[in-house]
Design a protein around this ligand. Structure first.
Ligand SMILES: [Cu+2]
Length: 162
């Protein structure tokens, strides 16, 4: 009996390591810029259903020259945007990208957006790897949440960077 125990332990470890898709992205929207501008913002909710933390480290879209991770912060009453190197996703947790907080920054949009357009964005996660997400173009993107009416709101989840 005793000699079987190590084999059982190995079997349990192997099944626990089996991969499963952990990342889910919901309410992915990009705001249609006013006046045909070529810079805009994207919003979403990123859920990590996995047992281990992950990090969003990059975003890309063939629709734009660049997509970067940004966070709006309020410093001494002045709202400004900071580059974010990575966004931590706790195990079994979620992070919201909303107006006045974290967002994707699209620069150099290659064609004008209209309502109903879908942008194919690839999000890159440290652990989960690339995840393809369709962002819907909407003139009100990011404005439907609790903070939607307060563009200069004072509360934001955490300080930028590490
Ligand atoms: Cu920005």
């Amino acid at each position: 009996m005793r000699t079987w125990l190590p084999l059982i332990a190995v079997a349990v470890l192997a099944s626990a390591a089996a991969p499963k898709p952990a990342i889910q992205v919901q309410q992915a929207e990009v705001r249609i810029p006013a006046g045909g501008g070529t810079t805009t913002t994207g919003y979403m909710i990123v859920k990590n259903g996995g047992d281990r933390p992950d990090r969003l480290v990059a975003a890309a879209c063939s629709c734009a020259a660049a997509v970067t991770l940004h966070e709006s912060v309020n410093q001494n009453g002045v709202s400004r945007m900071l580059d974010v190197k990575a966004v931590d996703l706790p195990a079994k947790g979620e992070v919201s990208f909303t107006t006045g907080g974290l967002h994707l920054m699209f620069t150099g949009l290659k064609s004008p957006l209209k309502a109903g357009d879908k942008l194919a964005v690839t999000l890159s996660f440290e652990r989960a790897g690339p995840v393809a997400v369709s962002f819907a173009a909407d003139p009100m993107a990011g404005m439907m949440g609790m903070e939607g009416m307060a563009g200069m709101d004072m509360h934001h989840g955490h300080s930028p960077g590490q």
